[in-house]
Design a protein around this ligand. Structure first.
Ligand SMILES: Cc1cc2nc3c(=O)[nH]c(=O)nc-3n(C[C@H](O)[C@H](O)[C@H](O)COP(=O)(O)O)c2cc1C
Length: 373
């Protein structure tokens, strides 16, 4: 009897079983209009799901219009957004058996920026800049918008928006939701002593800085069906002395787990504009490993995971329970087939494409031979 590679073993969370440990990482496409996903999103998510990753994540999606990173970012705050996402999900369901999750996000002081092909910087008034919100009135970088320091009423509004977004995500039929608490966006801004200088019960000690993000986690968990998993993405390090660090991340994840969080995706950075991040193969796996070991939560690792053997080693050695890949999937939307062929596993293939698999296409052997040389 052959043993399935670890990467291709199922993973159960609540009532959902992922077919394998491979996730398509959330990736902003900057192609929405008023938050509403467009034909591009059907193409993007349909294509990336068609080799059967266990999970496909929809990009950081604003729970309010104000919380979008850019005017091109998706939102889940209107009837039109909800209806269009239902259509995108129908496309993916017709293409693939992958579970589909959505990342619920509020960009805080990093909202109101240009799309990357217009420079990513803060929008000008002529471009339609809007007021941004944060833990404190501290801009991300000197030339960026100075955000409004959130009042309790603003914070209540954000919690209510996350809850409403979870309700919309449920009606759309997503399999899971993931709260975006990483990359310098609003919840990370509360967690970090660099962006959070509050003197109330939401600032100062690590417990205080975690208080608001945990209120969001608790509210989303209460609004999201008990049989469906809920995750969170965090930045476990700011790569800057004195910042939110892996030890604080462990405390934060433990507290979120106690509130019913099912998994964490461990990323890093994004809140310190000039941080020196030591990017290299699997550079964030160390953080995932620590968090998994010290919290016992289902953990997803991400960041420069590119090769099937590398991904297999991360899961097989217990550094993480699953891996997320972003750019490797843009480079090769059939990454799951490559991994299956390399590791000796079965991968899902839509029947329309079966003639390109190695058992039916002699050309596959030529391609694999060329790749091995
Ligand atoms: C085009 C693009 C868009 C991204 N958008 C998001 C996003 O919406 N939410 C998020 O948490 N990370 C986002 N990221 C980060 C990726 O999910 C991932 O964490 C990062 O690219 C490192 O993984 P990789 O080395 O496999 O690309 C984005 C990355 C890319 C390349």
């Amino acid at each position: 009897m052959t043993t399935q590679p670890h990467l291709f073993r199922p993973l159960a969370m609540r009532g959902l079983t992922l077919a394998n440990r491979i996730a398509v990482s959330p990736m902003c496409q900057y192609n929405a209009i008023d938050g509403v996903p467009q034909p591009w999103h059907h193409q993007h998510l349909g294509s990336l799901s068609s080799s059967g990753p266990g999970l496909v994540m929809v990009e950081a999606t604003g729970v309010t219009a104000q919380g979008r990173i850019s005017p091109g970012c998706t939102g889940i705050y209107s009837e039109a957004c909800e209806a269009a996402f239902a259509g995108v999900l129908r496309t993916v369901r017709a293409t693939s058996p992958s579970a589909v999750g959505i990342q619920l996000a509020h960009a805080g002081r990093k909202a109101s920026t240009n799309v990357p092909w217009k420079g990513s910087g803060p929008l000008t008034a002529d471009d339609g800049a809007w007021e941004t919100l944060s833990a404190s009135a501290i801009p991300f970088a000197p030339t960026w918008h100075t955000p409004k320091a959130a009042s309790r009423a603003d914070m209540d509004g954000v919690v209510a928006a996350f809850v409403a977004a979870a309700g919309r995500a449920m009606r759309v039929g997503f399999d899971l939701v993931e709260v975006h608490s990483a990359h310098g966006y609003l919840l990370h801004q509360f967690l970090s002593p660099f962006s959070n200088k509050r003197t109330d019960q939401y600032g100062g000690s690590p417990e205080n800085r975690m208080r608001f993000p945990l209120e969001v986690v608790a509210a989303v968990r209460a609004a999201w069906p008990a049989e469906k998993p809920m995750g969170m993405r965090i930045s476990a390090s700011e790569w800057t002395e004195g910042g939110f660090d892996p030890d604080e991340a462990v405390r934060y994840v433990k507290a979120a787990k106690a509130l019913g969080l099912d998994y964490v995706c461990v990323s890093s950075a994004g809140n310190v504009h000039d941080a020196k991040v030591a990017v290299g193969p699997g550079y964030q796996v160390q953080f995932a490993e620590k968090i998994r070991r010290e919290t016992g939560i289902v953990t997803r690792s991400v960041g420069m995971i590119v090769e099937p053997h590398q991904a297999e080693a991360i899961v097989a050695s217990g550094q993480a329970d699953m891996v997320a890949l972003a750019r490797a999937f843009l480079d090769d939307p059939r990454w799951v087939w490559r991994a299956a062929d390399t590791l000796g596993a079965e991968a899902y293939c839509p029947r329309q494409y079966l003639r390109a698999r190695p058992n039916l296409w002699p050309g596959a052997k030529l391609r694999m031979k060329a790749a091995a040389e």
